[in-house]
Write a protein that binds this ligand. Sequence first.
Ligand code: ADP
Length: 377
Amino acid sequence: MKRIGILGGGQLGRMLLQAAANYPVETYVLENDPQCPAAHLCHHFTCGSINDFETVYQFGKGLDALTIEIESVNVEALEKLEAEGVKIYPKPSALRTIKNKILQKQFYKEQQVRTAEFIIVDNLQAIKDNAHFLPAVNKIAQGGYDGRGVQVMRDVAAIEKGFDAPGILEKMVTIDKEIAQIVAINEKGEIVLYPAVDMVFDPHLNLLDFQISPADIPEKTLWKVEALSLAVVKGLKSPGIFAVELFIDKAGEVYVNETAPRVHNSGHHSIEGNYSSQFDMLWRIMLGYPLGNADEILPAAIVNILGEEGHSGPAYYDGLDQVLTMEHVFVHIYGKKDTKPGRKMGHITILSSNRHDLVHKAHRIRQSLKVITKKDV
Ligand code: ADP
C-alpha cells in the first residue's frame, strides 16, 4: 500500500482524507496543531512545522509521495525529498514559481499568458516612485493569502497602505467577473478540466462569498478561460490539481490572476456536484490510477460558512437545523473548535438544475446560518 503525506491539516487536508478513505493508501499529515481539522482522519499524525526544513524532510523521508494543502511550506526540503525519489504533487519547481507572486507573474509573461500588466516593487518607496502606475493593486511577493497580501490603490492617498516589502504593483482590472478553473493533470500529461465556476466575493473580507458552477459566461469567453488555464498548467510542467483564478473585464477580455497548485476552495462543490471530485482526482493522480470524470452531475453553488463578526471562541452553528431541512443541500463543517470573525468554518453545497434556485438557496443559507460563540444557557 502506498504511503502518502499531506503538508498541512486544515479543511483541504480533511476533505482529501475523506476521499482517501475510498482507496488503498496509508495517509500521513504534518501540522503543528494536533486539534486541526485533518488530525483524526489520517492514519499517522505528526505534530510539527511545515515551514521547517528538517521537520518536513524527516516527515517525507520514506513516504512514496507528498502533497500540500497550502503553498507556504518548506520547498527546499521538498526538493531534497524529490531528488531522493519521493514524488511531490505539485513538483517543487512549480511550487517555487507560484509561491512567489513576482516569479508567478513573470512566468505568465514568459508563457505569453494574458495577465494584468505589472511592475516589480521592492518596498513602499518604490510604490511611491511609481505612483503614475495607479490605479493599481499592490501584492506582497510571499506569504499573503485570502486577500491579506493584497492592497487596492485607487489613488495616491492609498499608497500609505502599501506593503513595505518586495512585491508587485499590478494594473487595476475593471472586473466584470471572477472565474476559477480547476485543472487535473497526471504523470503522463493527460489533462481533465472541471467546468469553470463563477466566484462572488465579499468586498469586506475579500473572501469568497459564494460561487456557482458552471460559470455563466458566453462560449467564446469560456474558450479563452480554458485556453489560458491549459497554457498555465502545461507551462508549470507538473502533475497535480491546479486552480487557475481569472478575471473577465467589462470588454470580455480574460486575464489570469493567480494559480493555486493544489485543491482549492473553488472546487469544493465537486464533492457532490461532479462525478470525480477534485479530492478524488488528486488521489487518482498520486496513486497512478486513470483520471476521473470531471463532468458535473448537476449545477452547484457553494456558500462558505465564515465566523460571524464579533464572535471569538468555541463555535456554535446557529441555524444549522434549518439548513439541514433544505432539499439538495449538503453540509460540511470543518471541525474547528474556535470561531473567529471571517474564519472559514465550513461550507454548504447546493445542487439544482435551476440557477435561480441555487442563488435563492445560497442567500437563504447565508441568512439562516451563523457561526457564533455558544450562548450560555
Ligand atoms: P489572494 O491570493 O490573497 O486571494 P488575489 O490576487 O486573488 O489575492 O486578490 C484578491 C482579490 O483582489 C481578487 O479576487 C480581486 O477581487 C482583487 N484583485 C486582485 N488583483 C486585482 C487587479 N489587478 N485588479 C482588480 N482587482 C484585483
